[in-house]
Design a protein around this ligand. Structure first.
Ligand SMILES: O=C(O)CCC(=O)C(=O)O
Ligand SMILES: [Fe+2]
Length: 342
């Protein structure tokens, strides 16, 4: 496949390396005694509130399964174009998509990235080749979904809610899940090239691992940080639906992917979101206790996702379609609005 020129993304070369990314030990969170669990839930809450991004260790997903999933995905990318043709140029809500760029129909410039996207829940959709993809993807989807549902329960508790409250509000029994494989060929001398521009993920939570080549950057306190994983960990990315449902307490983190000069980079993502038919809105208990009330209006997740996937990626602009904009009352407004006893 011909490599298009890389668009200029300005400050991409000025990355910082940072060790401060929170690490959550799932052994303690899920199996610790009650004091350990409470401390781990507070730590998780702070990671969500301050970063919207953290690593999980002791997650129980076998490394061999991660490797097999990534290998199958790599094999798919190397198949001749005619083998993938039926999945290329698919529409944003088609259950299997293979392509280049985020959505080359609207990107204008193509980006330095090949991707495979497959809907994995409620039903798994998968290309027929390579032959082992379906088996590994099914297992990987099941394991990572279970893990993210457990994490969601802990996040729910960290917000002062019952463990099952977010799952109930978003009908997570029928949660949407998608698996995404990204392949970023080496950029050669094109220093600072970007594989995927700044965005937030449309779902609730994303679990990500990579092939040992760094490149994921997250925005924290206004700065871009290079995310370097603790060996064997997953990155967890808070998505737009977590921001909506938590009424803005846990923000969706902005992130982007750089490409390496010499080495091919791969990342593999498992993302869960609400049931596609669920209307997502701030949990009423959280909206009631917030001084400003509800920060977002309700929207069907399917509608939100269609909107986000069909438009050019622009940071977290998709959230603007549901953000409640309150007019700030000027002194004059308030004098006009309220009867004043004189
Ligand atoms: O490749 C990466 O590290 C990031 C990928 C990503 O953010 C995405 O596919 O949404
Ligand atoms: Fe992302």
């Amino acid at each position: 496949m011909a490599r298009p020129d890389c668009p200029d993304f300005g400050d991409s070369a000025g990355a910082h390396i940072e060790d401060g990314i929170p690490v959550v030990d799932l052994d303690v969170l899920f199996s610790g005694d009650s004091d350990q669990r409470s401390a781990a839930i507070r730590h998780l809450g702070r990671a969500c509130e301050d970063w919207g991004f953290f690593m999980v260790i002791n997650h129980g997903v076998p490394e061999s399964l991660q490797g097999a999933t990534m290998d199958a995905c790599k094999e798919l990318f190397s198949l001749p174009a005619e083998e993938k043709a039926e999945y290329m140029d698919a529409a944003p809500m088609d259950p299997v998509r293979v392509g280049t760029g985020f959505n080359s129909a609207v990107d204008g410039a193509k980006l330095w990235r090949d991707y495979l996207k497959m809907f994995a829940h409620p039903d798994l959709h998968c290309p027929a080749k390579p032959a082992n993809l379906r088996g590994t993807a099914t297992e990987y989807a099941t394991r990572t979904r279970g893990l993210m549902l457990e994490l969601t329960a802990a996040i729910s508790e960290s917000l002062g809610l019952d463990g099952g409250r977010i799952a109930e509000a978003l009908n997570l029994e029928r949660c949407f899940q998608i698996l995404v494989g990204n392949h970023y060929p080496p950029a050669g001398p094109d220093v600072g090239a970007i594989g995927l521009p700044t965005h937030s993920d449309h779902g609730l939570l994303t679990l990500l691992f990579q092939n040992g080549v760094d490149g994921l950057q997250v925005k924290h306190s206004g700065e871009w940080l290079l995310a370097k994983p603790v060996p064997g960990s997953f990155f967890v990315i808070a998505g737009d639906q977590l921001e909506i449902v938590s009424n803005g307490r846990y923000k969706a983190v902005l992130h982007r992917a750089l490409v390496d000069g010499e080495q091919a980079r791969m990342s593999f993502l498992s993302l869960i979101g609400p049931c596609l038919d669920a209307v997502v809105e701030p949990i009423p208990e959280l909206a009631r206790e917030a001084p400003e009330g509800a920060q977002f209006r309700g929207i069907k997740y399917m509608e939100y996702m269609e909107h986000q996937q069909s438009n050019r990626l622009k940071e977290n602009a998709a959230l603007d379609i549901v953000r409640v904009h309150r007019e700030i009352l000027t002194r004059e407004d308030s004098l006009n609005s309220y009867p004043v006893d004189v």
